[in-house]
Design a protein around this ligand. Structure first.
Ligand code: 5AD
Ligand code: SF4
Length: 437
């Protein structure tokens, strides 16, 4: 979501006549987009600001500091503190208000030695209608379908920084998907904090998330469709059917579980249990056997015992994750878990994280090894580390490395998977299929 928000802020500035620089050293405006989900983000922001100020350029005999914008969820949560502690920051803008960036920059230019311009409103009117029209910048594009969260997991700041769940209307989303495909996208990833909670009814229509998937998949020229992130609570029958029936919907699901212990899940206010999560995946695999499962995990949530943690290790092997993200619990100010008793010591968190990551790595290696011999298509995304290497994504979101002289980024290429590692696979090109017009 933050990568996408950064792109949208760049689109806005380009529409104002600015252009992106190769290096921050050459920039007149620097936007620092921030994430508040775990600690240290605030300290990182302050050290980045310090570094930028030190590097102020010398022009016409004077030092020139670029305009510095602090954006994103750290700005939303700690705008006042940022303005007080970092006088070099000119604008503070939250994730729901960044469409106002041009006016905020104008105000900042006028501010002289005055205080930073702060906009951490959560406006009722959506920012989306006020952003420049979408154009794809590559073969793969993000499309925000909903924002915010009403779930209030006890560890999480998102409901406070991104506000309540808001769904964008289906017609606007299909139009945006068409614009993305017309400007070169062959893959679209529908994004939101809770994509599968998307409901058109919130904006007066009758479509559910599975319906939206079908509507976007019907856009001619689109080849691949993905979505992230989903909540286990909102996985329904219609969505499972879409995975079985919509050919463009890629066989990959990122479904965070957070813990394998139902006791901890309850304390986390996750509204699912170990059993209900496993039942959802079993139902999905019954209709789409090859689906790759990804997840998020937190170790060291308050009160997590060795036995709870063993349940988490077991669920990793039971699910057989193709990949997963794992984090040490980080207390967030203002969230219920931050003040719960039985906080887990840091060294215990470190040990559990290392064991969890080893278990995830083992399963990822197994998943990749099982795919050796598969003939499939990859969408090329970037250069590899070695000359002549290109990296693309398989339908199961594996990074596949190929060596090919004439294939280009953005091409869909037919390959065979020939070798497997924990974080990637090696592939042999069967036939390049250019999608560039
Ligand atoms: N500490 C550690 N990890 C967290 N996440 C969210 N809040 C916290 C926290 N306080 C993780 C969850 C979520 C992912 C995006 O970040 O696993 O799914
Ligand atoms: Fe945070 Fe839970 Fe909402 Fe996800 S569902 S954004 S973890 S509160």
């Amino acid at each position: 979501m933050n990568v996408h928000d950064s792109e949208r802020m760049a689109d806005l500035l380009v529409a104002q006549g600015h252009r992106a620089t190769e290096s921050p050293d050459d920039a007149d405006i620097i936007v620092l987009n921030t994430c508040h989900i775990r600690e240290k983000a605030t300290e990182k922001l302050f050290s980045d600001i310090g570094r930028i100020e030190k590097r102020a350029r010398t022009l016409n005999g004077g030092r020139v500091k670029p305009i510095i914008v602090a954006a994103g969820c750290v700005a939303q949560a700690e705008g006042g503190e940022i303005a007080a502690r970092a006088p070099g920051v000119d604008v503070v803008v939250g994730p729901l208000a960044y469409h106002r960036l041009p006016a905020l920059l104008d105000a900042a230019r006028e501010r002289g030695a005055g205080p930073a311009v702060i906009d951490t409103d959560m406006p009722a009117a959506s920012k989306f209608g006020q952003l420049p029209e979408r154009r794809a910048t590559g073969a793969s594009a993000f499309l925000t379908i909903q924002e915010g969260c009403d779930k209030f997991c006890t560890f999480c700041v998102v409901p406070y920084t991104r506000g309540p769940e808001v769904s964008r209307p289906a017609a606007a989303l299909v139009a945006e998907a068409e614009a993305l495909v017309a400007s070169g996208a062959v893959e679209i990833t529908l994004i939101g904090q809770n994509v599968n909670a998307w409901e058109d009814s919130r904006s007066g229509g009758g479509m559910d998330f599975a319906g939206l998937i079908r509507a976007v998949a019907a856009v001619p020229g689109l080849q691949r469709l993905r979505y992230t992130t989903s909540h286990p609570r909102d996985m329904n029958e219609a969505l499972l059917r879409a995975h079985a029936e919509v050919a463009k919907l890629m066989p990959y699901l990122h479904l965070p579980v957070q813990s394998g212990s139902s006791r901890i899940l309850k304390a986390m206010n996750r509204a699912h249990t170990r059993e209900s999560y496993l039942a959802t995946l079993a139902a999905l695999r019954a209709v789409r056997a090859d689906i790759a499962i990804s997840g998020d995990f937190i170790v060291g949530f308050p009160g997590e015992t060795d036995a709870d943690f063993e349940d988490t290790l077991r669920i990793v092997h039971e699910v057989g994750y193709a990949q997963a993200y794992s984090f040490k619990y980080s207390p967030r100010p203002g969230t219920p878990a931050a003040t719960m008793g039985e906080q887990v010591p840091e060294d215990v968190k470190d040990m559990r994280l290392a064991r969890l990551q080893a278990a995830i790595g083992e399963e990822a290696q197994k998943f990749n090894t099982a795919s050796i011999g598969r003939i499939t298509t990859i969408l090329l995304e970037r250069q590899g580390r070695k000359p002549g290497q290109l990296i693309g994504k398989t339908p199961w979101l594996q990074s596949a490395v190929i060596e090919h002289a004439s294939a280009r980024i953005g091409d869909l290429v037919e390959i065979e998977i020939v070798d497997a590692f924990a974080n990637s696979v090696a592939a042999r090109v069967l036939a390049p299929v250019s999608v560039a017009a």
